[in-house]
Design a protein around this ligand. Structure first.
Ligand code: ATP
Length: 429
């Protein structure tokens, strides 16, 4: 209770109390479990509340939501419910897994073992902590599997030897938690994981779950470390076939994180997709067809695929052009970058830290892409020129002239347009 009072925002404290009071009134037991308790102990904010309810989650969720007036969703076949509380907190409620045998009524040991049973099926000891919320036992911490010990020692430990075989996705979750918290894989867990990697158990996971987990990994602060660890633990060949590990890749991944943070500060309108950037960084040296195949394998949504493949396709050529000794005119830079997503510019920056690259990408993103001539098609029509190929050429030439500062205002643009039309007429004649 002191931890709850000291570390959680007031709103969350009231929510927990409300849940506890409702549990008391409905005569059910409710436990906050998993990541919520782990993060409370680690002093990390966590806005998602996972609850285990005994004996049944759905009727309790319905009663609770009468008070909370949130958005309630129920899944009868799994006995689960979720409530999105106004303000954004998500509460997930699961029914504590039942024993095989009929439970004698109101026997606390049996009831407890039902919670224990539920927690035993979880992935790592640090995720098995529970805290009772029912008012009469509010704040009681339950630690069946020495999760607190492991939290203190910084260890990721599975609960039983077949854990990775039973659900191979846990292999990737282990790496994600290990890197997120700066923990270590406990010795036996590490050898079980290495064994699982060798026997390619990850191939048994459905593509959807695999993709969801990779997406989660790509949203972490420690994404580069997680991806590098996938390579160290021989998991990467299954996830990203064809991608070879090198110091260069390692540095590119780390620089990609810096670019994401940099873009957040300097190019807020770029709405950069971190996952597309990391995947582009991973696939940069793959042949285009292989990269496309991998995007399909990873089931990336179309807009992500476009960003990743734009980078794979254009970054090598862009680098060659940007690194030629002659400096490029603004209009040339504009045409080089025009239509490319911001992710491509950021990967260029991550790939090569030469100030020349940065100056070019920044000049384009911050200035050149916004430049438009004052004179448009309507003005040329008003001058009596007729639409057609020459008309288009003149408009493009005006844009280039404006980009290269050969014309600085409307009058200069109009006089250039007249000159260009006259030249064309003369040539045609
Ligand atoms: P995060 O901070 O990433 O949300 P979390 O621990 O809350 O971490 P979730 O993925 O939201 O993780 O899962 C909630 C809980 O469900 C976990 O704490 C864990 O106990 C359990 N869990 C999730 N996935 C698995 C799995 N594959 N095998 C066993 N238990 C799992």
């Amino acid at each position: 209770t002191p931890l709850i009072n000291a570390r959680l925002p007031k709103k969350m404290q009231s929510l927990l109390l409300l849940v506890g009071q409702k549990a008391e009134r409905e005569n059910v037991r409710v436990f906050a479990v998993g990541g919520f308790i782990r993060d409370l102990l680690l002093q990390i904010p966590n806005h998602d509340l996972d609850l285990v309810v005994e004996p049944a989650a759905i009727p309790f969720a319905e009663k609770l939501n009468e008070l909370l007036r949130g958005q309630l969703t129920t899944h009868e076949q799994f006995g689960t419910a979720s409530i999105v509380v106004p303000g954004g907190t998500q509460i997930d409620l699961v029914t504590s897994r039942q024993e095989f045998y009929a439970r004698p009524a109101a026997l606390p040991e049996v009831e407890q073992s039902s919670l224990k049973n539920d927690l035993f099926r979880r992935d790592f000891t640090i995720n098995t902590l529970a805290c009772s919320l029912k008012v009469s036992e509010f704040g009681t911490l339950i630690d069946f599997f020495h999760g607190i010990d492991d939290l203190g020692k910084g260890l990721i430990r599975v609960l039983y030897n077949l854990s990775f075989v039973e659900d191979p996705l846990r292999v990737l979750r282990a790496v994600r938690f290990e890197q997120r918290f700066g923990f270590r894989l406990e010795e036996t867990t590490l050898s079980l994981l290495e064994n699982a990697a060798q026997t390619r158990v990850l191939e048994k996971v459905s593509k959807e779950r695999l993709y969801d987990e990779i997406q989660l990994a790509l949203l972490e602060e420690k994404t580069p470390e997680i991806l590098i660890r996938y390579f160290e633990l021989q998991l990467a060949p299954l996830l990203f076939p064809g991608v070879c590990y090198s110091e260069k890749l390692k540095n590119r991944l780390t620089s990609t994180r810096e670019m994401i943070a940099w873009a957040g500060r300097n190019w807020p309108d770029a709405a950069v997709s971190p996952s597309a950037l990391y995947l582009a960084a991973l696939m940069l040296e793959l042949p285009f067809q292989e990269a496309r195949h991998l995007c399909r394998r990873l089931r990336l949504p179309r807009n992500e695929v476009e960003r990743v493949l734009a980078a794979v396709e254009s970054v090598p050529q862009l680098l060659t052009k940007l690194l030629t000794p002659e400096s490029l005119k603004n209009s040339e830079l504009y045409h080089l970058f025009s239509g490319l997503p911001a992710e491509v510019l950021l990967i260029l920056q991550a790939e090569n830290s030469l100030s020349r690259i940065w100056e070019s990408t920044s000049l384009y993103w911050e200035k050149l892409r916004h430049i438009k001539p004052d004179v448009g098609g309507r003005d040329l029509l008003a001058e009596g020129y007729l639409p057609g190929p020459v008309f288009q050429e003149v408009l493009l030439a005006l844009k280039d002239a404006r980009l290269d500062r050969q014309v600085l205002n409307r009058e200069e643009e109009l006089s250039l347009a007249r000159k260009l039309f006259a030249m064309k007429e003369k040539n045609d004649a």
